[in-house]
Design a protein around this ligand. Structure first.
Ligand code: HEC
Length: 110
């Protein structure tokens, strides 16, 4: 097998699963996160108060679940119910992709 063909196959084999599971657009999430920064801080890593959770570096699925539950009302918090109500499912995916990708003060990652 020649090298270029081999490289192409490896690239497809490695990239395909990532593409299949990657949901959410980090760049769109960054734009949508401007409102969130007022409380959760720039990139979600520096909340303005200790009571406000750090979003940076949390698992993407966890952020999606939290925002979906605020939106549906399953998880109750007056502030976040209000903000999540305005989010579309795609916004939730984008925000989760963005915050999960940010440098985080959380220690116990992997
Ligand atoms: C006015 C302040 C404020 C703003 C603005 C705000 N949040 Fe929050 N957020 C909070 C507070 C307070 C909590 C904790 C609520 C609770 O106890 O459930 C929270 C919780 C969360 C959680 C759950 C975190 C966890 O660890 O379970 C997520 C996810 C979240 N916010 C995302 C967002 C996103 C995305 C935005 C922007 C669209 C946003 N927040 C805007 C104050 C805010």
């Amino acid at each position: 097998m020649n090298h270029k063909l081999f490289a192409a196959i490896v690239t497809i084999a490695v990239a395909a699963p990532l593409t299949a599971f990657a949901k959410g657009d980090i760049e769109k999430g960054k734009i949508a996160s401007a409102t969130c920064a007022a409380c959760h801080g720039e990139g979600g890593g520096k909340p303005i108060m200790n009571e406000y959770p750090i979003l940076a570096g949390q698992h993407q699925d966890y952020i999606v679940a939290a925002l979906s539950q605020y939106k549906s009302g399953k998880r109750k918090n007056a502030t976040m119910n209000g903000f999540a109500a305005a989010l579309k499912p795609d916004d939730i995916q984008d925000l989760a992709a963005y915050f999960s990708s940010q440098p985080s003060p959380l220690k116990n990652r992997y």
